[in-house]
Write a protein that binds this ligand. Structure first.
Ligand code: SF4
Ligand code: SF4
Length: 406
């Protein structure tokens, strides 16, 4: 007999499960379901699994935990759901729940250790040394990204002045993908921000936003990182906090509310966050921009489209750039396959999803792919290289920066 009390689900989850009408519309947007064809991996399948746990028909074990780990946390299912099921919060609650009832295991211990204060930076330096001196690359077959030559946090100045008249003082949040792998994204974003009148402050004590720890159910580790970032950026006395990393921005808006909701400084920090594209539009693109002819297709990163509801600002920016023709692709707001640790733990599945995204981009007739999340760009560039696809994939910030005049 299964002890229902022992395996009781959080009240919020049981309430949300009731809303699901089993319509299956979420199948149409779930990349993992579409690739595998497995009902258990769809949003509906996972909801029914939790219902079975709730009613005592199923004992939560390692298998059910693995099913929840095989999810990109892309939240397309939340956007499409006609019954308003809050899958975003169900999935993160479920990961915490399984970590609690089945034990977080080695993965939990690794996440807790890696995401403690400055440990990630130390681990990245050690991994980079392995790459530089022995040619050993971290990751899994199918996804072994190259580290940048230098980590940005070590080389950027504390402040970059506004290029013309100073209109704002902003704090820039680098984000781990730009910091460790794709420096050009943050460098371009800082240059664009400076060109629209921002004095850009880069606090050196900033740490990972905490999203990977949060997404793996390691809430204490994530909360410690969130509180440190909140403190560091408020101490910098900036008007706004901006990042060109959609995942970090999304976590400031959503995860931080849950992680640091009772932290007295949270609301002050949240009020300062501005999404990169929306801010650039509000500040106004620089008047003098060079015309560079290009047909660009835009990929909606999940943490912009589904987490923050940002779809129009990046397109408006791209359409305004001289020489740019913006085209659309099929399923532009379906995940690229990155999904943070998903790309390492389920590398082949992740690559299969990335290949579909690249195929859709090619079929749009574009000669360049733009996105707003460094994670998507890292994954898609890696897949394009593996498949010998010659399609430049860049952040919107890089595309604007290339056109800055003077
Ligand atoms: S779309 Fe929403 S209501 Fe329909 S099956 Fe999926 S989660 Fe349930
Ligand atoms: S979050 Fe994404 S991958 Fe996970 S169930 Fe929903 S649509 Fe599928």
């Amino acid at each position: 007999m299964i002890d229902i009390q022992k395996y009781k689900l959080p009240f919020f989850v049981t309430q949300e499960l009731e809303k699901c009408s089993n319509c299956g519309l979420c199948h149409s947007v779930c990349p993992v379901y579409q690739l595998s064809g497995l009902e258990t991996l769809s949003a509906r399948g996972k909801i029914n699994l939790l219902k079975a746990v709730e009613t005592g028909q199923l004992e939560p074990g390692k298998i059910s935990r693995k099913i929840f780990d095989r999810c990109l946390l892309c939240y397309a299912c939340k956007t499409v759901c006609p019954s308003g099921v809050d899958t975003e919060n169900i999935w993160t609650e479920a990961r915490q729940y399984f970590a609690r009832v089945t034990g977080a295991g080695l993965k939990g211990a690794a996440v807790r250790t890696a995401f403690k204060a400055d440990n990630l930076k130390k681990a990245a330096h050690a991994a980079k040394s392995l790459q530089d001196f022995f040619g050993i690359k971290i990751g899994k077959k199918g996804f072994r990204p190259d580290f940048a030559d230098k980590f940005l946090i070590d080389v950027l100045p504390d402040t970059v002045p506004a290029k013309w008249e100073k209109r704002y003082r902003i704090g820039y949040f680098i984000g781990c993908v730009s910091n460790f792998f794709l420096s050009e994204i943050a460098l371009s974003a800082i240059e664009v921000l400076s060109a629209v009148g921002c004095e850009v402050v880069i606090p050196k004590r900033q740490v990972c936003c905490g999203a990977p720890a949060f997404n793996n159910g390691e809430m204490a580790a994530a909360a410690a990182l969130a509180k440190r970032n909140i403190q560091v950026f408020l101490e910098a006395e900036v008007d706004y906090v901006i990042s060109a990393d959609a995942t970090c921005g999304g976590s400031f808006v959503h995860e931080y509310r849950r992680l640091a909701g009772d932290y007295p400084l949270y609301e002050e920090f949240a009020a300062k966050h501005r999404e990169f594209h929306s801010f650039i539009l509000e500040a106004g693109l620089p008047e003098k921009l060079k015309a560079i002819p290009s047909t660009i297709v835009y990929h909606d990163s999940c943490h912009l489209a589904h987490t923050q509801g940002i779809r129009i600002p990046p397109r408006r920016i791209l359409q305004s750039l001289p020489g740019v023709k913006l085209v659309e692709m099929a399923h532009s707001d379906i995940c690229c396959g990155f999904g943070g640790s998903f790309s390492l733990l389920h590398a082949e599945e992740s690559s299969g999803i990335s290949r579909r995204k690249l195929q859709n981009a090619i079929e749009s007739g574009a000669d360049e792919l733009a996105a707003g999340s460094p994670g998507c760009i890292l994954k898609l560039q890696n897949e394009a290289k593996r498949e010998n696809i010659k399609l430049p994939i860049r952040h919107t910030a890089e595309i604007i920066c290339e056109r800055l005049d003077g």
